[in-house]
Write a protein that binds this ligand. Sequence first.
Ligand code: ACO
Length: 382
Amino acid sequence: MAEEIEIKEGLQGVYIAKSEICKVDGQEGKLYYRGYKIEDLANYSSYEEVCYLLLYGKLPNSKELADFNKKMKEERVIPENTKDIIRKFSKDSQTLDVLRTAMSSLSADDSKPYSEDENENIEKAIKIITKTATIAAAIGRIKEGKEILEPDNSLNHSANFLYMLTGEKPDKDSEKLMDVMFILHAEHSSNASTFATLVACSTLADIYAGVTAGVAALKGPLHGGADEAAVKMMMEIGNPDNTENYIEEALAGKKKIMGFGHRVYKTYDPRARILKSYLDKIKGNSNEEINALIEISLRAEKMMIEKLGKSHGIWPNVDFFSGPLYMHLNIKPELFDTVFASSRTVGWCSHVIEYWRNNKLFRPLEEFIGKIDLEYLPIDKR
Ligand code: ACO
């Protein structure tokens, strides 16, 4: 008798590796990077410090952080051929498509893209993390018909990113908010894009190939595209007073509300909670359009929690409140996923470096349910 095969759709509930990088507690709504609470990192760390923590496995001391900051600054400039690639895409192209191609081109600037040496791979990771922010800003500028700006090394990673994108140095509040956005999107264990990165690198493809696969997997609305879809829904709602009717109708029509639900979190995503606290701070203090989006997001959140929270375990995820916050920072919806990808490069690289310590080629199985031994007819007889 044929063996009973159990298929785990979407690999739900399947563990693929042991890891010390990130703990997601989906029942309690807790998230830790290398053992540190996400709330502490968002409150007290910088994105650079979080990158150091994820890559090296410990928080840096002052000297280590200063050296790391210097290294990151040295890597900001992107090669001319990467700039040309960005310029050559049509203005109508999706920004993540441009990033995917530009990201892939970074390997051309490395005489030895694959290495077995962990320190060399950390150097490559720093290059990828840093240059991807420059690429993301450049894509945003080209999309608006503006010239690419060179980095300003008097600024930290987040302030420099906003400067390269908008041409203006941000104030302290905007700089902090951008930093928090980068930190909250930096890592999230074996999600779809991290898994895609690991699958590519498990073949011993180089780290550039891995992160390019990560960008590809991030694109869809079930993953990195959800924040743009969520804010577009808020724009469609338009007037805050339409919120409840819109959500009611959408749910009645079995539509998913983007920015809600999660494979692992069955309670409030702690990242969304942090973002909501920033939303509360800027509520009423942004421009009219963003103030309205904030009100819509808060009313939608309240209603969704009442309808699907406790009863179905569908709560806000990191993507629900991101949109109005990115827009407050002058980041347009079409660039959200690209900024997300730029933040996540550190998570992807940290996982590859860890996985290579005990690499095993990913090669799952499918249960074949097609026919076999069919008669092969010549083409004129079919
Ligand atoms: N709105 C309404 N209903 C939902 C939502 C939602 N956002 N999410 C899940 N559900 C419902 C589904 O319709 C399904 O209902 P059913 O059992 O009656 O058919 C049930 O909950 C289970 O949903 P699945 O999609 O099968 O569960 P899965 O674990 O695969 O879902 C996912 C996780 C893909 C994130 C899902 O919640 C979703 O599509 N959410 C919207 C997209 C989104 O916000 N993605 C970002 C995730 S965070 C990140 O990637 C950074």
